[in-house]
Ligand binder design. Structure first.
Ligand code: MG
Length: 254
């Protein structure tokens, strides 16, 4: 009997420890570093889901004619997205042969997947245009019934405030730029910090401070074993990486 109780107690303690250390993996621009994939392609989203990533990150811009498109850089093949027509942007071909996806196509494809959508709204030069982009993104996510499956991230302070303002209460919104303290993020209504891992290494106490404030900590873009280990050891909640399978393997082996 004593043995059973001891075993039960150790199982409980073990699972509590496992829970406390559970780190989530986000594929940065999708899982692109694999055959047939490309950064910010729909294939990269499907591939991230196929290896059970917690989330798949991607970048969103709004064209001059107010179409939401998925791409990282402000321009593609010399076409400046913010000031160009969607027709010209969407004709561009990615490295795996796909054309640039619209956000609508991206969201539609996610409907049969489980991975969470980590939507980065890029900082637009025209802040009115950016606010329109925020409103359009929030509406499209609502129309597709994906509100419970989305998390927003952004480098733009204005977009950060607007995403908190326009998205339904409780939608996670993270700030990327590394220059706001956990208390400032909390005061603005953010869900947490999503900072380059070097910022966390310089301010390691921010991790415990976030947890005390009920904020989550995401680190980008963590690709090397030493940096991944640092994040796991320091109880970073989410690791955003170009090497999702490596992070998953390290989490199993820790
Ligand atoms: Mg991004």
């Amino acid at each position: 009997m004593k043995k059973t109780i001891l075993l039960f107690a150790s199982l409980l303690l073990g699972s509590a420890a496992a829970l406390a250390q559970m780190t989530c993996v986000v594929a940065h621009r999708g899982y692109w570093d694999t055959e047939g994939s490309a950064q910010n392609s729909i294939r990269a989203l499907v591939k991230a889901d196929s290896i059970d990533c917690y989330g798949s990150e991607f970048d969103v811009w709004m064209t001059a004619d107010k179409k939401l498109v998925v791409n990282h850089d402000p321009d593609i093949n010399g076409i400046h997205i913010e000031t160009s027509k969607a027709r010209d942007v969407l004709a561009q071909v990615l490295q795996n042969g796909e054309t640039v996806p619209t956000l609508e196509q991206y969201l539609n494809r996610s409907l049969s997947l489980h991975t969470r959508l980590i939507l980065e709204l890029k900082p637009h030069t025209d802040k009115n245009h950016e606010e329109e982009a925020v409103k359009a993104v929030v509406k499209l996510v609502k129309d597709r019934g994906l509100e419970a499956n989305i998390e927003y991230i952004t480098f733009s302070r204005e977009a950060f405030a607007n995403l908190i303002k326009y998205a339904p209460k409780g939608t996670p919104v993270f700030f990327l730029n590394g220059d706001l303290t956990p208390r400032e993020i909390k005061a603005m209504g953010g869900a947490g910090i999503d900072y380059h891992f070097s910022v966390l290494k310089r301010n390691p106490w921010w991790i415990a401070e976030c947890h005390a404030l009920n904020l989550r900590v995401n680190a980008w873009t963590v690709n090397k074993p030493d940096d991944i280990k640092w994040c796991i050891d320091h109880q970073v909640d989410i690791i955003t990486t170009n090497a999702p399978k490596l992070v998953q393997q390290m989490l199993i082996e820790q």
